[in-house]
Design a protein around this ligand. Structure first.
Ligand code: SF4
Length: 396
């Protein structure tokens, strides 16, 4: 059976953001050209392994590629009969979207854009090292709507140094007034070896857990008030096309909003996927391969007809099931027991009875006849919860 989920990593950024620890490279013209040629070759080599149902171009900054580079990639996908995905997402930076690019993407079937906004305060954008301004966010949003995109997501960030609760509320208010179909909002984390991490260590600012919690509460409240239902810790989406509709309280806790990101749902449910590009991972039949996180090396290997994978990990089935349990519990729907068993071959109640009981006892989990899910409190501590389900394989 061919894979149905494709992730493509575009590893270039105009400039490194001050909080970012993802793998990305400065956009040098020669390397960009070489990458596009290698990616198209990599796609051709994978032609028979994929019939895309969902496609996601992430990065880096996919929107940074030029019109002609996009044409090469899209024409290759067309030749391979890879167009027509039910959901095809592109991550965009507001500084790098033109009406021409937006039209081209639409013409080939891209139907969803995730716009990296982060903040609507110019001073905070500068603090984060972002290359765009607040004005560009509004312009780009309009450009995308005018090109026919009716599924737009905004990415925001909170607990930014210097950000007050009032600033966050104002950003939320303005962002939600645009009536996006989807919202992702993440608390800023301080990754080692990033400029913001060093500033924090040097005492140039402090972090307040109470303020971050208040910001998260404001997020839950404002998103719900504007019709965006939470379906994962940091992700919210509309149930209907009606941009004025308020989110109804779903009768079934397993209801996922119509505009939830289907590509990510597949990750959280432990589904298989194909990853192309430097640092991208592929997951199939319990085996995870990860490509070299180095664009030049990725290109060299493809040009020489060699596989671009640096690592191959095969987790024992129970360890993989634990990983899938932890991922799925990030969703407000949690796990239906029959669904978990179909995905992993294990019974959640039989393998982790002590952990489920412990989570219910401390108010972080809710158990009923057919599913287990985290409470609002439990979702906030999902990373701690995840540790309970992971099963480290015994050394050989
Ligand atoms: S645009 Fe995204 S990937 Fe690039 S440096 Fe900024 S946060 Fe990292």
């Amino acid at each position: 059976m061919p894979l149905t989920s494709l992730y493509v990593h575009v590893p270039f950024c105009a400039r490194k953001c001050h909080y970012c620890a993802f793998y990305s490279e400065p956009a040098r013209a020669g390397l960009l050209r070489r990458y596009v040629a290698a990616l198209c070759r990599d796609m051709e080599a994978a032609a028979n392994r994929l019939r895309p149902h969902t496609v996601y171009f992430g990065g880096g900054t996919p929107s940074l590629l030029s019109l002609s580079q996009w044409r090469s990639i899209l024409d290759t996908m067309s030749r391979l009969h890879w167009l027509g995905a039910v959901e095809w997402t592109l991550e965009c930076n507001p500084a790098t979207v033109s009406p021409e690019k937006a039209r081209l993407w639409r013409d080939y079937g891209v139907n969803r854009v995730s716009l990296g906004v982060q903040s609507l305060e110019d001073a905070l954008l500068k603090r984060l090292g972002r290359v765009h301004s607040r004005r560009m966010v509004f312009q780009t949003f309009e450009t995308l709507r005018a090109a026919g995109f009716d599924n737009l997501g905004l990415d925001l960030m909170f607990a930014i140094p210097g950000q007050t609760l009032e600033m966050w509320r104002a950003t939320l208010h303005e962002a939600l007034a645009l009536a996006p179909e989807h919202l992702s909002a993440y608390e800023l984390t301080f990754e080692e070896d990033t400029p913001l991490y060093h500033q924090l260590r040097a005492g140039q600012f402090s972090v307040s857990e109470d303020l971050a919690c208040a910001m998260y509460d404001a997020l839950l409240e404002d998103a719900a008030a504007r019709g965006l239902a939470q379906y994962e810790i940091s992700n919210f989406a509309r149930h209907t096309r009606d941009r004025d509709a308020r989110a109804p309280a779903p009768a079934d806790p397993g209801t996922v909003p119509a505009f939830a990101c289907r590509h990510n749902l597949n990750y959280w449910r432990g589904g298989p996927f194909l990853g192309l590009g430097p640092s991208a991972a592929t997951h199939l039949d319990g085996v995870r391969t990860t490509n070299w996180p180095d664009t030049t090396l990725y290109c060299e290997r493809i040009e020489q007809g060699q596989p671009p994978a640096q690592t191959r990990d095969e987790l024992p089935p129970l360890s993989r099931a634990g990983e899938i349990a932890a991922f799925g519990l990030r969703m407000t729907a949690g796990w239906r027991f029959d669904e978990f068993e179909r995905a992993t071959g294990f019974d959640l109640r039989r393998e982790w009875p002590r952990e489920l009981g412990q989570l219910v006892d401390c108010g972080w989990g809710r158990l009923d006849a057919e599913r287990f899910r985290l409470t609002r409190e439990g979702l906030r501590f999902a990373d701690t919860v995840a540790q309970l389900f992971l099963r480290v394989p015994a050394p050989p």
